[in-house]
Design a protein around this ligand. Sequence first.
Ligand SMILES: [Zn+2]
Length: 466
Amino acid sequence: MMQKKTVKFYFALWLAKGSSLLLKIFRRNGTQLPGKLALKLCPNFLGMLGKPNTIIGVTGTNGKTTVCNMINDILTDNGYDFVNNKYGSNTNAGIVTTLIKGATMSGKSKKDMVVLEIDERSSNRIFPYLTPTYLVCNNIFRDSLQRNAHTEFIASILNKYIPKETIMIENADDLICSHIADNNQKIYFSISQLKTDTKECQNITRDIRVCPKCYAPLEYEYVRYHHIGKAHCPNCDYGTRKADYVVTNINLDNKEMTVQHQEQEEKYHLVSNNIINIYNMLAAIIVLKQLGLTREQINSSFAKLKIVETRFSEEEYHGYHIITQLSKGMNPIACSRAFDYVRKQPGNKVAIVVLDDTHVEANSSENTAWQYDTDYEFLKDDSIKQIIIAGPRYLDGYIRLMMADIEPEKIVHEKDLIEATEKIQLEGIDKIFILHDLYLIQEAKQIKNKVKEMIDQKSEERANEE
Ligand SMILES: [Zn+2]
């Protein structure tokens, strides 16, 4: 609902716009400041600010940025003109900053559409003033305990604040997120049973174990990871819901997936072989189809797309594969998914793990409980020949690896990232994984360069011997 604009609103808008201009002049990337300023001067600023007619929101624990990047890139590729918070923050201040950028001096929206990554923790400060046309919720998992508490809390604030007019696009394979905003219109998506699914859960963390209606233990037909899978309550009608869009086949050789919707099948080019990204793709496809794009338009854009390099990159270097992968610290599910991915990839591997929750940007030195919710046990695999753990938290990681019963001979633990990387053993290795935190993108690059140096050194030595 639009609120009537007050004098305070215009004052806040002009000041915020002025601050954006100043930031631009000084070449500072102000992704929060103008919004913070506007909200400080006029707390219900977001309610008075003009918004585009179509608002696409993406929320949930993991994959928000990737889903938004996919939607943004495909819309741009197809000539759409819209605003987004791609380079901005996903909290209320970031969203206000984005909308101010897309607004005129009188506070009217200049664009017809906006794509917003929305922090689930900030829903109480965003949804009272902004009604998404569509809201994607891909999953709800345990996240930073300090910030997000537990999944019931996150689900409860989403339930309380999501406007009833919003059409929800939810992952049916996630029992928590598929039961959010239950009185809203919904579109469900799912990936049908996979060969890799199991009968029992293999993870430490499972955020829903009993039926929230009658508290009977849930029965799983199959588990994919954590609480993702297909389940029902033996006592009442609670359980996994029927999906509207289903991935019925994933062909990794052809890099293709089949999506079924209303008895029609469509094939899409796979951007990644990681199951998480297949969920991300599916969510993006549904949004884009709702906006009227055809399979051909979406698919031809997917064929050009890559997962952003700061999140995932793979490079072949003198016979070695070097893979960098974002693994968010304090987020046990993101790290467990990354560890699982490493162990399941073919070849002999080294894993360099730098998860640093003491970094200033992380604004935290959270307790290390999350380390014990994370499946370090997945790194105990015959194909993983060496694990290098580094960074300020290297001792916490080392203890956790020892508790996972990993042979001490396999572990290098050292604080300095580069000195730790120098200890890499390349003999007989096919792949080197660099698993790094969100705040360590530059450091991951330095580690990658060091790995390349070590590979060069090794081929030189080999040449000298011959
Ligand atoms: Zn029940």
